[in-house]
Design a protein around this ligand. Structure first.
Ligand SMILES: Cc1cc2nc3c(=O)[nH]c(=O)nc-3n(C[C@H](O)[C@H](O)[C@H](O)COP(=O)(O)OP(=O)(O)OC[C@H]3O[C@@H](n4cnc5c(N)ncnc54)[C@H](O)[C@@H]3O)c2cc1C
Length: 455
């Protein structure tokens, strides 16, 4: 597990040089020659990289019109890799470079990608909601993220699992990866400022390397993509926080700390990861703590409009947050906001163990109301001496249950964690700040595990 800080665009920054995936040979992506060149008629709006007034992903935004595929373009010639880099490193570097260029135009790129995709594979249209920008942007990112990591197989493989599960939850089939690659590269051609033949060659190579394992994983997965469940309670804690209980038709097998990708009737086909806040129960009941993020499509609907009786679709469990059963080390868990959900689930799970490991939990939020798991954690700590709980709030320092300040400061002040296994849960910003503080404080990188709460 790595705590490598994420770059602003969400892609992992280049890491130490490593060989390409053992035995992985780039599969030739034949149909890439048929990528439609940039249409002469703009799909979404005039002007290359123009930022017109409809740039926001508003509910009224129409699905972009579909460009007509054009005759094949010439096969790109490979740019010689630097003397000190492998072909995989060269491809990943080019992908990262070009992605940085297009990131400011993510919405236009997503519209273009979707339009190409639907023109090449009309049946894929049915997998997307009416407004395609946001899910297309997520899909794009989930393809580019592993492409930017094909030079680091140790990081690539664990990354593929959650991405592939989300692709399956969306309803994508293994045979559709090829057309995804064609649409991706067609869209990048349109928006990559420095796009040229060697760049295209690098993208094709990176996609070929990343798509092969994704295809295989989709084919190999035996569990059904979704289960269904009914919302049995919805309690609004504040304007932006709610606790929901969902009773699945049959228990969804999962481990404490894992997340499920869910789809709600108010936002069809917009799947979001949510972490059950309690350890798995025999009756399968799931508890979710949801915060409505500003401008959030799904979280706002979950908090404001979800209601008992709603039928939710549930994707298979995923995620790497968990306790290494072979380790005997003490545990430090740090959770920001609704990141407390998987941490509570893990503590409840450990309470069932014959020999729980000493564990310190820090939960933090802006105000005490953000600490949705604090009462239950205190109950557990009262019953189990191996558990210690500390709560931190940025505002409202007068609350007697909390100490003022930020999570990273409080954690570093709170002890020497260099011999602990560390689990972090929350937003990427909280994880970055806490991981950096712990690294400076002497915690080894490979002892830190996290699932950032956004994509
Ligand atoms: C592994 C994992 C587990 C998660 N578990 C939970 C959970 O238990 N409870 C929960 O409430 N959420 C959880 N999330 C976050 C959740 O999946 C959604 O990303 C979040 O609810 C926003 O979705 P949205 O459709 O409302 O926002 P979108 O419409 O996708 O985004 C709207 C805006 O909000 C920003 N944004 C997206 N996510 C976040 C975020 N988490 N914090 C702040 N800004 C954000 C986007 O960048 C964008 O600007 C988890 C995420 C991951 C990756």
């Amino acid at each position: 597990m790595s705590a490598e800080p994420l770059s602003q665009d969400g892609l992992a920054a280049p890491g130490p040089a490593s060989a390409g995936p053992a035995g992985a040979r780039p599969r030739r992506l034949a149909p890439v020659r048929a990528v439609p060149p940039p249409p002469t008629t703009p799909i979404v709006r005039p002007g290359r990289h123009a930022a017109p007034e409809d740039a926001a992903d508003t509910p009224d935004r129409p699905t972009p019109s579909v460009p007509t595929p054009q005759p094949p373009s010439p096969q790109p010639r490979p740019e010689p890799a630097r003397a000190d880099e492998t072909a995989e490193q060269h491809a990943a570097r080019r992908v990262r470079q070009t992605w940085t260029e297009v990131e400011p135009h993510a919405d236009e790129l997503a519209d273009w990608f979707a339009a190409l995709l639907f023109s090449l594979a009309p049946d894929v249209r049915a997998l997307f909601p009416a407004r395609v920008t946001e899910p297309a942007r997520r899909l794009l990112r989930s393809l580019v993220l592993p492409m930017s990591t094909v030079d680091r197989p140790g990081e690539l493989r664990p990354m593929l699992e959650p991405l592939v599960r989300e692709h399956r939850a969306l309803g994508l089939r293994a045979e559709q990866y090829e057309v995804l690659g064609v649409a991706l590269i067609g869209a990048m051609r349109r928006f990559g400022r420095s796009w040229d033949e060697p760049t295209e060659h690098a993208w094709v190579r990176a996609f070929s390397l990343a798509a092969g394992p994704m295809e295989q994983a989709v084919r190999a997965a035996a569990v059904p993509a979704v289960a269904e469940g009914t919302v049995v309670s919805h309690r609004r804690l504040s304007w932006d926080l709610a606790v929901l209980h969902v009773a699945p038709d049959a228990p969804v097998p999962h481990r404490a700390g894992q997340y499920l990708t869910v789809e709600i009737p108010q936002r069809p086909r917009m799947w979001r990861p949510l972490s059950p806040a309690r350890a798995p129960r025999p009756d399968g009941l799931l508890e979710f703590h949801v915060r409505a993020v500003e401008g959030g499509w799904v979280s706002r609907a979950m908090v404001a409009h979800a209601a008992p009786g709603d039928r939710w679709r549930l994707g298979p469990p995923a995620g790497r947050l968990g306790l290494d059963l072979r380790s005997a080390r003490e545990v430090l868990m740090v959770a920001g906001g609704t990141g407390g959900a998987p941490v509570l689930a893990l503590c409840e799970d450990m309470a069932r163990w014959a020999r729980p490991r000493p564990c310190t939990v820090f939960v933090g939020g802006r105000v005490p109301e953000d600490l949705t798991v604090l009462d239950r954690l205190h109950e557990l700590a009262e019953a189990h001496p191996w558990l210690a709980v500390a709560a931190v709030c940025e505002d409202d320092p007068l609350d007697e249950r909390t100490q003022p300040g930020t999570l990273p400061d409080a954690v570093v002040r709170g002890g020497d964690w260099s011999r602990h296994d560390v689990l972090l849960s929350g937003s990427p910003a909280m994880i970055r700040a806490t991981a950096s503080a712990l690294l400076v404080d002497g915690v080894a990188l490979d002892r830190i595990t996290y699932d950032p709460f956004t994509e």
